[in-house]
Write a protein that binds this ligand. Sequence first.
Ligand code: MN
Length: 292
Amino acid sequence: MIEVTDSRQAIVGETPVRRALPRRDRRTVGAWCFADHMGPVTVASGDGGIGPHPHIGLQTVTWLLAGELLHRDSLGSEQLIRPGQLNLMTAGAGVAHAEENVATPERQLHGIQLWVAQPESTRHRDAAFEHHEDLPRVDLGPADATVLVGSFAGTSSPARRDTDHFGVQLTIPPGATAEAPVSPGHEHALVVLVGAIAVDGSALTVGQLGYAAPERDTIGLRADATEHAVVMLLGGTPFENEILMWWNFVARTRDEIDAAAMAWTSASDRFADTGSQLGRIPVPPRPWSSAG
Ligand code: MN
């Protein structure tokens, strides 16, 4: 049995996205706490991308199927992101970044941005950045898996991880079935990026989240007969804490969010300059605070 829910429509910058996570009744799946599926869209010529904004307490995982983005952050990183490459930024106590559109001829953008909540042991520590151009792959019969983070079917990604979680991209030919081996201690989420699949007799397509509870050792996914499917399989040990997530911050208390918001608004050195020419994104008003 999987639980299927519709994603919410949201706008990030000027780009419409399908927000699969978080959900009111499901804030985290393992440490995964946010999933925005963007595109495929044609990027407007005047759209420079997402300007500088801060993060705390999370890792951003940016994964593209088409198009390019230029990542700049307050650690001094400047990294072009291409399809099939893992862009992984760890915010810790604080980092700022910008995701700039790149003038490719097609101007197509298709991808997913995921966030991973950091555990108590690392969330107050230094920010960090990694980029992995070559990731390990696993042959799953007719299907193929790319391991972004963690371990899958005995193959491990070189990417940093602070909790017991994993993320893979599965590519399944039309009509074929992929049997994904998983750990009984993990819970799992499925986000379809291309095509449609059937899982445990449930149909799952673009714009939905599939959730599978722990206590299983395999997940069988069958692609629609007419089109190949590309699916993100995310999983992990249920997260250690209840998180408080607001805007770009993952914390535990409102005081932590207020402090981060005020640091960004006052341009304190908790969030250094990203080097981006795009405008800084201001903090929206917090529902519980009159401080702004
Ligand atoms: Mn961001």
